[in-house]
Ligand binder design. Structure first.
Ligand code: SF4
Length: 126
């Protein structure tokens, strides 16, 4: 089960279990994952840790999101990460925290195509 962690002023840490994505929406996510999408990934030849920045490393996350914004397989990548419950790294232009928010929205009734079409950090919709 995924964990959502929020630290508040005064060192109060909340650990919450976000609601699970309904099974039929997981299937809908998998339907968005194109076969062989990894072969067209913009990050395919990257040998550095750009897509796995340290927490609170805004510059590194920004660099990955910049590349993701123009990646031809962004939606497949994001759908894969949501369906497979990827816990780490930048996938489809979204951080792990952003994907948790998306999973909550999916559980709350937001449609899969709406979540996948959200503009990234640069305001670019794939
Ligand atoms: S969207 Fe980003 S993380 Fe996903 S394949 Fe493209 S460059 Fe890599």
């Amino acid at each position: 089960m995924k964990r959502q962690i929020a630290t508040m002023p005064g060192q109060l840490t909340l650990r919450l279990d976000p609601p699970a994505i309904p099974p039929w929406k997981e299937l809908a996510l998998w339907a968005w994952v194109d076969h062989g999408w990894q072969h067209a990934a913009a990050c395919q030849t990257s040998l550095d840790d750009t897509w796995y920045p340290e927490p609170d490393s805004g510059d590194s996350a920004h660099a990955a999101k910049l590349a993701c914004a123009v990646c031809p397989v962004r939606r497949s990548c994001l759908a894969y990460a949501l369906a497979d419950d990827e816990q780490h790294g930048i996938w489809g232009g979204a951080t792990a925290y952003e994907r948790e928010r998306m999973a909550c929205d999916l559980a709350d009734g937001t449609q899969v195509d709406t979540v996948l079409a959200r503009p990234g950090v640069l305001g670019v919709a794939a």
